[in-house]
Design a protein around this ligand. Sequence first.
Ligand code: KIV
Length: 291
Amino acid sequence: MAARKKSLYDLHQMKEKGQKAVWITSYDYPTAQFAQAAGVDMILVGDSLGMCVYGYRGTVPVTMDQCIVHCEAVRRGAPEVFVMGDMPFLSYQTSCEDAVRNAGRFLKEADVDAIKLEGGKRVTPQVKAIVDAGIVVCGHIGLTPQSSGQLGGHKAQGRTLESATLLVEDALALHEAGIHLLLLEAIPPEVGQFITGLLPIPVYGIGAGMHTDGQLLIVSDLLGQFQAFTPKFVRKYANLAEVATNAMTAYAQDVRSGTFPAEEHCYRMVEGEFPKFQEMARRYQRPAPWA
Ligand code: KIV
């Protein structure tokens, strides 16, 4: 039997007890089922779906409608897991009103438990507005892919005193604005450890070292499906790209050689029907293939 779904309270308790939370992304129904069966604590339906599912070069083109459709599928696959929707580019930067409306869509249409948005001080008005609407919010600072152009690419952050200080200020500003959870991406472990200790809320990391309250990995990296590039912080636990390519190659060989389908894959006619079918076939005055 699947474990009971974690609540925000449970996640905060885990931090207090020093229990690490296990968090992965997921974008579809079957993968969400695997994640639930594996006992993960949280699933993020990340806007990384733009790259992992749609083959875009980045996350910027991803739309709200795409995010909602994938959240719905994940919710169906993992009804007993804390699921978080990821707010795509321009779904919250434009105004507090847009931010609340779009955050609310995740809850109303896809039954998620929380939303995540990227950015520090500059998104605190949106964070306050979404929190005021009663929605659980996760902040996301460090390497923030939606604004990677301003960061000079997909680069680790917080590696200088100046950059690390900005991260600490962002974390404090987000906490002050009311975030319930925080994600740190691609920053040094020392900075991850400091922010994790500084904030009373759960602070998770993806590429933020070993001291955060839990870890997130992108499922397509973990399973070895995403092939365009592999960030330094990834550990691959499988090579599904190889498994899938080998399986399809074997299928192609079997079809071409005539060894698939075999007898066990065929639906035979009901007993006594084939002679009648042969009789009927004579009307077409063509040599039947079995004649
Ligand atoms: O979209 C996503 O999967 C994310 C992670 C990269 C943190 O935001």
